[in-house]
Design a protein. Structure first.
Length: 268
């Protein structure tokens, strides 16, 4: 397969769409028509193919069914759509059902073998070390660090990562960057068995430690892990802050993605 943008997008749609991520302990998957509903995480998640195949009232009914399912559980739910998804009115119909769009991100794809070395001139600063971990204390530390970075409670993430590692230790690798004995950044690699892809997630760094080469080093370390396993492509849902950096490293934009969130009125 060639690596032109059209082929990359086709591979992304064929291999990743509708394929749930690593199943964490305590979660379950339920099919509802064209959708896969993931239940038992910190909030529900709806995984869909590029074209859900429904229009008009049938599409509205499908959306409302997801909303009402999680309303009965008292939980929020995320339905993530891509910029090239069909039908084109899906975002409008999600909004009409009470779903709220979060920030749009860019879907980037890069070659693992080409990204497995840090960019020239971006050496990791003295005193910073990177290591892989599955230790519960470290994973709790990742949640606490991200809570500080984003100013919102992400302590749940430690248990979420631990559950995914417990369920499929060969499919997820969590890396932390430390300085002075403190976790200052974290990122993880999620491998999708049976596909050419692995996903890059996390990559957030405490403000005081930015500009020290940590972000680049975490990308390279995960790329090495992926390349060693024969993974061809790395995929990232990148924020507006991260996308320019990743594009300079060699990633290519193939589409966009926007999470639509429905939250029960009594859920903080």
């Amino acid at each position: 397969m060639t690596d032109d943008d059209t082929s990359l997008l086709a591979a992304y749609d064929t291999q990743l769409r509708g394929v749930p991520p690593v199943r964490a302990a305590g979660t379950r998957y339920e099919e509802d028509g064209p959708l896969v509903r993931i239940v038992g995480q910190f909030r529900g998640f709806v995984s869909a193919p590029r074209d859900v195949g429904l229009r008009g009232a049938e599409l509205d009914a499908l959306i409302i069914r997801q909303r009402e399912y999680f309303a009965a559980r008292g939980e929020a739910v995320e339905w993530k759509i891509r910029g090239h998804d069909l039908p084109a009115e899906l975002p409008q119909r999600l909004r009409a059902a009470g779903f709220v769009a979060e920030d749009r991100e860019t879907v980037l794809v890069g070659r693992a073998d080409e990204l497995a070395e840090p960019a020239a001139g971006r050496a990791l600063a003295d005193g910073v070390t990177i290591r892989q971990t599955a230790a519960a204390e470290d994973l709790r530390g990742v949640g606490a660090m991200l809570t500080e970075v984003w100013g919102t409670d992400m302590h749940w993430l430690g248990a979420d990562l631990a559950g995914r590692i417990e369920a499929a230790p060969d499919q997820i690798a969590v890396l932390v960057a430390e300085s002075g004995g403190e976790i200052v950044s974290a990122a993880w690699l999620v491998h999708r068995p049976g596909t050419q892809f692995a996903g890059l997630w996390g990559g957030s760094t405490l403000a005081a430690h930015r500009g020290r080469g940590i972000y680049h080093a975490l990308v390279a370390a995960r790329a090495r892990l992926a390349a060693d396993r024969g993974v061809r492509y790395l995929q990232v849902d990148a924020s507006d802050d991260s996308a320019p950096i990743l594009r300079r490293l060699g990633f290519r934009a193939i589409t966009t993605t926007t999470p639509y969130i429905w939250t029960p009125a009594d859920t903080p």
